[in-house]
Design a protein around this ligand. Sequence first.
Ligand SMILES: *Cc1c(COP(=O)(O)O)cnc(C)c1O
Length: 391
Amino acid sequence: MANGSEGNGHAVRAEPLPAPLDASKLTITLADTLKPIPAAEDLVFGKHMSDHMMVSTYHPVTGWSAPEIKPYGPFVLDPVSSCFQYSTNLFEGMKAYINPEGKPQLFRPDMNMARMRRSRDRVALPAFDTDELLKLIQKLVAVEQRWIPNAPGHSLYVRPTIIGTRPSLGVAPSDHAILYVVCCPTGPFFRVSRMLSLMAVAEHVRSWPGGTGGYKLAGNYAPTFMPQAEAAKKGYDQVLWCIGDKITEAGAMNFFVSIRRDDGDIDVYTPPNDGLILPGVTRDSIMRLMSAHGTSTTLAGIAEKLHVAEREIHIADIARWAAEGRLLEVFTVGTAVVVASVGRIGVEGKPDLELPKHDGQMGPLARAVHTKLTNIQWGHEQFEGWSVVCE
Ligand SMILES: *Cc1c(COP(=O)(O)O)cnc(C)c1O
């Protein structure tokens, strides 16, 4: 052997350092007393965290610690930790559902893991194998199964998070980190189904060319709270984020519009994934389902052929399509809301753009994709291996 290290015939295999994240090293410590689970109708999103969390910490010399599932609780952190000073934080949002066999399952978690890798690389946090993280998430969801409300429209929201914990004010990548996953039960976004109102905002933007709007970084959200509060004060549900007159997305949801074509088919447009929008798992799933409509799947009640395309959408386009009587539906999509129809868009200095009202709740296409998607998420239907069971 070149370095003679196997001279006695026994390969000396030290653990490689820094150690990779390794789900096989998981230890589980269950809470002594379990929390009471709130009644489904009392759930407030994000308020009632489950009994346990998954945690692994990264040290630049030793690497990722053996992952732990342990009772939910606070961290003690140095006041100059990178996450507090330089916002080296990012997260994912996904849901677990109880399938008809009574098992919890995740929806396209590989998409969340891929997005988390991109976010992590963008802020130079320590790398780890997201396949290992997914195994840990599956284990945590299985441990927390009793927290998944068995009621229509309910699920367990799963929040994987990484925070940079480098204890120094030096402006540099964080070479210390905590990777953790917490969960909370969640009910339907709106208790009573209704249409959203959006206020177009271009004075404040959430993304810009070359910026970080395409990554799920914690730092992207703080600057959205003031514009959101102003929109709420003016009576709108959410901000419609625009760059000039170009629509990017709404609140933390992706944006879709459907238009009647001259040949009777329907065009469905959504802004391109050009770094100005967050590439949503729901957005991608809905684009795929609509593209497959009429071939490998059917959207209930939609007789027309759908032509799905990514293209720039301007406020002026919406106004023109509405004036021409061709505008069918505007809707927003995301993990939390799934699909919400939009009934009204406020534009500075102009009367509100009134959109087709349907039944005041949801347009037929929004309703059809909502039904299809939730049927797949709840395991009542299969589509392209999108469901991953947690055991
Ligand atoms: C999370 C998020 C979305 C929706 O993404 P999903 O993967 O569908 O949940 C859209 N926009 C923003 C800004 C987001 O943070």
